[in-house]
Design a protein around this ligand. Structure first.
Ligand SMILES: [Zn+2]
Length: 116
């Protein structure tokens, strides 16, 4: 069975997600931070993650959707699935422990992002 979080990570470009939902990503791959009152773009996109050099916020496309639309993780997955036509089927029996999966994903990504 497909892990929707993994599926999203592999199939969506975080900058494209950010732009689609109204963030202005400049040619330096930066945008205004959603997590603090930002006047210069501090939010930087790299390898499918964002990181703010001013306030330290970091995460994935999913976190951006959760923040922008005030949604739970699974609801955010469903929104991305609908808006980007990912073709994930939520009528099946997939019942994720969303908090746990997200935390695992976060740790994995953090390790990856800072290991090279
Ligand atoms: Zn910030």
């Amino acid at each position: 069975m497909i892990d929707p979080y993994e599926h999203i990570r592999q199939n969506l470009d975080i900058e494209e997600v950010a732009r689609r939902y109204g963030l202005e990503v400049n040619r330096h791959h930066k945008a205004l931070c959603l997590w603090h009152a930002d006047s210069h773009p501090s939010l930087s996109f790299k390898k499918g993650r964002y990181r703010c050099f001013a306030c330290g916020a970091s995460g994935t496309a999913l976190d951006i959707v959760m923040k922008l639309f005030d949604l739970e993780p699974l609801e955010s997955v469903k929104k991305l699935n609908a808006d980007f036509g990912l073709g994930l089927d939520f009528k099946g029996e997939y019942r994720p422990d969303t908090a746990k999966i997200q935390e695992m994903e976060r740790q994995k990504q953090l390790q990856k992002a800072f290991s090279d």
